[in-house]
Design a protein around this ligand. Structure first.
Ligand SMILES: Cc1ncc(COP(=O)(O)O)c(C=O)c1O
Length: 439
């Protein structure tokens, strides 16, 4: 460890085993393009785009300069009853990446805020249309929708919920779609499982459609271990929601901004929801930011009554923060100028072949992939869930020179979308060494 090791006492780290971390800190001190530098001076190939967000690669000059310029010119502007011009341009540019009438953009500062905002809009939307009994929200087992009370309520990860009291009332959950018996080692979307969407009909029958506001799912679930939707599943959810007047929300915090090789997953799957949540890749993770995009009809439903009355009592001090917006505009420019989403699309089958070469390694019980995302599931060590994948993660960080992410015993890969073929080979080759060493 270098002499400059910080005193780690005061910082309560998020989603981290604090005592384990502080016994042997994993510290990152700089980053450029596809690589991090650690406090030990080692170079890590970034296999996770930071945390599913640095889609354009690290410390890109165009984004850095935009943030610097903005900080010097207009550091902050209040977003309530006042605005700065670039916020409007940013909203138009984000809306232009989404299909159909998904045209109205509400800015927030994180994925969690985007989810809670979307849930509030969904419930309030029905109310302003005179359907105020539609308040229930349907999430899904194993869903991850951030850490706000709304997000953990509709989310389906037991550890994220169990110690936080009664949560939001009026929530129900669809079954998750992960099934190794039917779908292990699927390439791309699995064949089996579209029928799992039909359980929404059962939930509607139980509660009655007149009480249900929205269904929220990640079109491709990342944080819970890369769960790829079965073929036809999302289409069926859309049909059932339409049949019952229920809004469909796609949480695209991970899948937005090119992860699957299209701007958003909605385009990839050919299914258009009513509301989209996003964050992370909106400015390549450089400044906290998120957004909720709604269909015109949802926005229009609120634009009733006297024009001097605030239509939605919701917002954040840093909604459309000038630096976040400047970073987003520069990032969207880079995505377009360098064809970064197209690079993700062009590399996805190479990436698929590479990650599936891990099949057959010790303890690998599944490999799944879509776009530039892969999940490699390991058999847990009996009685010690998560230990095997954590061992792989630690070896990768300290000994092997790649940054990966693990959830339970699942390794997730989601590299920056500027990755090259040679770097795909390096990432997967080094991961194979770590998996073998950890066995
Ligand atoms: C699908 C999804 N929704 C919401 C979130 C929460 O985002 P944040 O951590 O920015 O609050 C995440 C974070 O990974 C996510 O993957």
């Amino acid at each position: 460890m270098p002499d400059s090791l910080p005193n780690t006492d005061s910082y309560w780290m998020p989603f981290t085993a604090n005592r384990q971390f502080k016994a042997r800190p994993k510290l990152l001190v700089s980053a450029k393009d596809m690589h991090y530098k650690t406090a030990d001076g080692a170079t890590l190939l970034d296999g996770t785009a930071g945390l599913w967000c640095v889609n354009a690669g690290h410390s890109r000059p165009k984004i850095v300069e935009a943030i610097q310029r903005q900080a010097a010119e207009l550091d902050y502007a209040p977003p309530f009853q006042v605005a700065h011009p670039a916020a409007f341009e940013n909203a138009s540019r984000v809306a232009a990446l989404l299909p159909g009438d998904l045209n109205k953009v509400f800015f927030v500062n994180s994925g969690s805020e985007s989810v809670d905002t979307a849930l509030k809009i969904a419930i309030a939307y029905h109310r302003v249309r005179g359907q105020g009994t539609r308040t229930r929200i349907i999430g899904r087992e194993r869903g991850y929708h951030g850490v706000g009370f709304g997000g953990i309520s509709v989310g389906g990860i037991p550890n994220n919920r169990k110690v936080f009291g009664s949560l939001l009332t009026g929530v129900d959950h669809l079954p998750h779609t992960h099934n190794l018996e039917h779908n292990a080692f699927s390439r791309g979307q699995p064949e089996w499982g579209a029928h799992l969407a039909d359980s929404l009909e059962g939930i509607v029958a139980l509660h009655d459609a007149s009480n249900i506001a929205a269904v929220i799912v990640e079109p491709m679930a990342g944080s819970t271990g890369v769960l790829i939707p079965p073929k036809g599943y999302l289409q069926r959810l859309r049909e059932i929601c339409d049949r019952h007047g229920i809004l469909l929300i796609f949480d695209e915090v991970i899948s937005g901004f090119g992860r699957l090789g299209t701007a958003f997953a909605t385009e990839f799957f050919g299914v258009t929801p009513d509301i989209v949540t996003c964050a992370k890749g909106i400015n390549s993770g450089t400044v906290p930011m998120g957004a909720v995009i709604v269909r015109d009809g949802i926005y229009d439903a609120f634009m009733q009554g006297p024009p001097e009355v605030i239509e939605l009592f919701h917002g954040y001090t840093c909604s459309a923060h000038p630096m976040a917006v400047a970073a987003s505009l520069a990032t969207l420019d880079l995505y377009r100028e360098e064809g970064i989403f197209e690079n993700a699309a062009a590399l996805s089958s190479y990436f698929e072949d590479a990650v599936h070469s891990l099949r057959g390694l010790p303890n690998v019980i599944d490999v799944r992939n879509l776009g530039l995302v892969a999940g490699i599931e390991l058999a847990p060590i009996p009685g010690k869930p998560t230990a095997r994948a954590y061992d792989v993660f630690t070896r990768c960080f300290f000994d092997i020179g790649i940054l990966i992410r693990t959830t339970g015993d699942i390794i997730a890969l989601s590299p920056p979308l500027i990755i090259t073929r040679a770097q795909v080979d390096e990432l997967v080759g080094k991961l194979a060494i770590a998996i073998k060493a950890a066995a």
